[in-house]
Design a protein around this ligand. Structure first.
Ligand SMILES: Cc1cc2nc3c(=O)[nH]c(=O)nc-3n(C[C@H](O)[C@H](O)[C@H](O)COP(=O)(O)OP(=O)(O)OC[C@H]3O[C@@H](n4cnc5c(N)ncnc54)[C@H](O)[C@@H]3O)c2cc1C
Length: 447
């Protein structure tokens, strides 16, 4: 495709956010008689699903401790449900299985799910939790679990399939997707002013509105826009903390046990909800019985034919390297630095065996192939959805946003002039104003 000299809407990134925005914006423009998909160009330096969206586990859940996140996720789950087949979305549900230290947090999630009409069952107490899990899996054996939140909606989607489906939907609306085109900078008439053109390795493209869905490259684009490297955050104590890095990187730990996905069916022969277990119990090696950790740990897993086995992950770790020096490229499974190693495989397969007897002795089937990838995180690990430089809409989900299919729809509405109350709690100004989201006791940065 020859590059156009000017487009009305230029979207950077053909991942879940760029493509969802493109598709929904095309629909919005048409419905309002203000144009259509031909006014939109998506550019990507790689291809469709070349970033985090193409390697994500694909879990879609509501379970968040922060009320604003729960409301936003309930909206996104609704969007997944509009076309489960098209999006390769498996609405099997989701279970948060927790120790006593998280009991009260999860109880509050259950209460709020009731308030917003998001269907879930909440089980409390060690015996009742164990009994409930055994009605699903006869071999359930995790100890020290005192609550189970069973979300009846949510589940997971097959990562690349959903993104290709979104691309097809967007192109069906007339959107153009230009792959192999790298954005290298921005042009404006005044320092810090609105963007007039996007510089790419194929030439400049003039535009009226930019949308950025750059996933793990959010910091790279942020730097190109010459936005501040650090942020001041007003804490709960009312004190403002200066010089907090705007972006840091975390490495996500995921892998696949290469067994028949049918191994993980429920007692009644169905495919189960996505399982997420957090635990304070000592975790012993399923390989040699050694103590792997006596600190809090957490894992998630699901049977997944797309990955060819039982796929899942464990808590990520923060990358200590100066964010300016972290190599995001080559990305994902091509990265020499940020793919998971033997430690992850040992811990995760042992944790599977800790939870369900059927996984004991199965570690030898762990797929020894590159997996995992890094993500660009905001200072509080929650998304920033906001406009910068007057006409650049940044969708930065802090790397837990595959599930956030609906965000592109809401962004499209905002681009057409309708402010969204669901996106409001995620503005950049929350840092300076101290309007922060509550923090949970989960070992994961995104719960
Ligand atoms: C291993 C792993 C597992 C995950 N599992 C889950 C999960 O189960 N559930 C969940 O909700 N989230 C999950 N996530 C997070 C989720 O994948 C991301 O939050 C989400 O995919 C980000 O979508 P995006 O569209 O913003 O970015 P991406 O999908 O990364 O797309 C960004 C695109 O921008 C392009 N790009 C970047 N810079 C430029 C440039 N300069 N010029 C042109 N193009 C550019 C890239 O090539 C890329 O294709 C996971 C992430 C990882 C890494």
């Amino acid at each position: 495709m020859a590059i156009p000299s000017h487009v009305q809407y230029l979207i950077i990134g053909a991942g879940i956010h760029g493509l969802s925005t493109a598709y929904h914006l095309a629909q919005q423009l048409k419905a309002r008689g203000r144009g259509d998909g031909r006014d939109i160009l998506v550019v990507d330096k790689g291809g469709i699903a070349a970033g985090a969206s193409g390697i994500a586990c694909g879990v879609v859940r509501n379970n968040y401790f922060q009320p604003a996140m729960r409301e936003l996720m309930a909206h996104s789950v609704g969007v997944w449900e509009t076309d489960p087949e098209g999006y390769s979305y498996h609405p099997v549900g989701y279970m948060q299985i927790s120790p006593e230290s998280m009991h009260e947090d999860v109880a509050s999630i259950a209460r709020q799910q009731k308030e917003i009409g998001y269907e879930s069952t909440f089980i409390e107490g060690e015996k009742d939790s164990s009994d409930y899990m055994k009605t699903l899996f006869h071999d359930w054996q995790a100890k020290g679990i005192t609550s189970v939140l069973h979300e009846k909606r949510g589940g997971y989607a097959n990562n690349t399939k959903a993104i290709y489906a979104l691309a097809t939907k967007a192109e069906g609306e007339g959107v153009r997707i230009l792959t192999g085109c790298t954005v290298t900078g921005f042009k404006s008439d005044s320092a810090g002013g609105a963007i007039k053109a996007v510089e790419t390795d194929l030439g400049d493209i003039g535009c009226d509105q930019v949308v950025i869905g750059a996933g793990p490259w959010a910091k790279t684009v942020w730097d190109m826009l010459e936005l501040p490297k650090t942020v001041s955050i007003k804490g709960a104590d009312g004190v403002t903390h200066d010089n907090i890095p705007m972006w840091i990187y975390w490495s996500l730990q995921e892998g696949t046990l290469g067994v028949d996905p049918e191994l993980q069916k429920t007692n009644d022969g169905k495919f189960p909800p996505v399982i997420h277990v957090d635990s304070n119990e000592p975790l012993y090696s399923d390989y040699d019985g050694s103590l792997l950790t006596d600190k809090m740990w957490g894992i998630y897993y699901k049977p997944d034919f797309h990955f060819g086995g039982i796929q899942g992950g464990a808590a990520p770790y923060a990358i200590q390297t100066d964010p300016d020096d972290v190599a995001v490229d080559p990305y994902g499974v091509d990265s020499p630095d940020f793919i998971v190693g033997e430690d992850f495989a040992h811990m995760w397969t042992s944790a599977l065996a800790h939870c369900q007897k059927r996984f004991e002795g199965q570690f030898e089937f762990y797929k020894n192939e590159p997996s995992g990838g890094i993500g660009s995180f905001t200072p509080d690990s929650f998304p920033v959805f906001d406009v910068f430089r007057e006409n650049c809409y940044l969708i930065a989900d802090s790397n837990h946003g595959y599930k956030m299919l609906g965000v592109g729809k809401l962004v499209a509405e905002e681009l057409c002039g309708d402010r969204s109350s669901l996106l409001e709690p995620f503005r950049y100004s929350r840092y300076a104003e101290g309007k922060l989201h509550p923090v949970s006791n989960s070992p994961f940065p995104w719960s």
